[in-house]
Design a protein around this ligand. Structure first.
Ligand SMILES: [Zn+2]
Length: 260
C-alpha cells in the first residue's frame, strides 16, 4: 500500500563543516517520500514547535545546546565569552509554524512531526497556505482545509514581498482551484495525481497567470525543496543529539586559530 512517489535528490550531499551524524540523517532524508494517505488523527497532533537551539563557541569548538551550561562540556572550564564571535547565538529553525505563514508551500511528515517522529521511512505530505494560514491539501478524500496540524513544517514562500495584487486574489484563486473536479476524491491516484500534483499544479496556475514559465516536478523539487530539506536534515540531527546528550560539538579544522 505504501508507494514511493517522489525522491528528493541531493540530500546525501555533505556541506563543509557539517555536523557529525548528518550522514545518517542525510540517508534517512534521502528516502523522502511524498504520499497522501492522511489519517484524520495526524492533523490532531498537538502543536510542537520544538525548543530553540543555541550555539556558542568555546575552546575552538562550536557547541550547540538548549541552554548555555556553566562549564564548557569540552574543557570543563567556566563558560565566559571574551570574544564577540564566542557569544551565544540562537539558531534559526528551518521547521516553521505553517499556520502562521501566508501563501507558502508546506512539507511535513504525513504522521507525527519531523523532530519527534520522522524516521526516514515515513511518508511526507504537502500543502499550500492561504493568506490566513489555512493549509489546503489534497489526498484520497479530496481537498482539505486544515487549521491545525502543520505546526512544524518545511516552508517555501511562493510570493515575492511586493506581489500585493496577487496576494489580494490568492485566497479566491486557491479556493476556486480546489473546487474543480480535478481534485475530487475519485480522481486521486497515489502515484501521479496526489498532494504534490495538486500543489504544483496550483503553483503553475499562478505562474501562468503571472506570465512566467511553468516548473516541472523535478525542477521545483531540486530548485526549491531540496535546499530546504537539506537544511532541515542537519537541524534534526543537531536537535536529536542535543536531546540525547545535552549538547552537540563540532570541531573546527582550524581550531588552532580559534583557541581562546
Ligand atoms: Zn571549552
Amino acid at each position: 500500500m505504501k508507494s514511493r512517489l517522489i525522491r528528493l535528490p541531493g540530500l546525501e550531499g555533505q556541506a563543509p563543516g557539517v555536523p557529525r551524524g548528518e550522514e545518517e540523517v542525510g540517508r534517512f532524508l534521502a528516502a523522502l517520500v511524498i504520499l497522501c494517505k492522511e489519517p484524520a488523527a495526524a492533523a490532531m497532533q498537538p502543536p510542537e514547535a520544538g525548543r530553540p537551539v543555541i550555539q556558542f563557541r568555546h575552546c575552538g569548538r562550536d557547541i550547540y545546546c538548549f541552554r548555555v551550561p556553566d562549564l564548557c562540556p569540552v574543557c570543563q572550564q567556566p563558560v565566559s565569552f571574551r570574544k564577540l564571535d564566542e557569544a551565544p547565538v540562537s539558531i534559526a529553525t528551518p521547521l516553521i509554524h505553517g499556520h502562521q505563514e501566508q501563501c507558502v508551500f508546506l512539507l511535513r511528515p504525513t504522521r507525527g512531526t519531523f523532530l519527534r517522529d520522522y524516521d526516514g521511512n515515513a511518508d511526507l505530505h504537502v500543502g499550500i497556505t492561504n493568506t490566513r494560514g489555512i493549509v489546503y491539501n489534497y489526498n484520497e478524500q479530496g481537498v482539505h482545509r486544515d487549521e491545525v496540524g502543520w505546526e512544524q513544517s518545511i516552508s517555501i514562500p511562493l510570493l515575492q514581498p511586493n506581489m500585493f495584487g496577487l496576494m489580494d486574489q490568492w485566497d479566491k484563486y486557491l479556493e476556486d482551484f480546489s473546487a474543480t473536479d480535478a481534485w475530487s476524491p475519485n480522481r486521486y491516484e497515489e502515484h501521479c495525481h496526489n498532494c504534490y500534483t495538486y500543489a504544483l499544479t496550483f503553483i503553475n496556475y499562478i505562474l501562468t497567470s503571472e506570465g512566467k514559465h511553468q516548473l516541472d516536478k523535478d525542477e521545483f523539487t531540486e530548485k526549491f525543496v531540496v535546499p530546504k530539506t537539506r537544511r532541515a536534515s542537519k537541524y534534526i540531527t543537531l536537535y536529536r543529539a542535543i536531546e540525547e546528550h545535552g549538547f552537540y560539538i563540532i570541531d573546527h579544522l582550524d581550531s588552532d586559530t580559534n583557541l581562546p
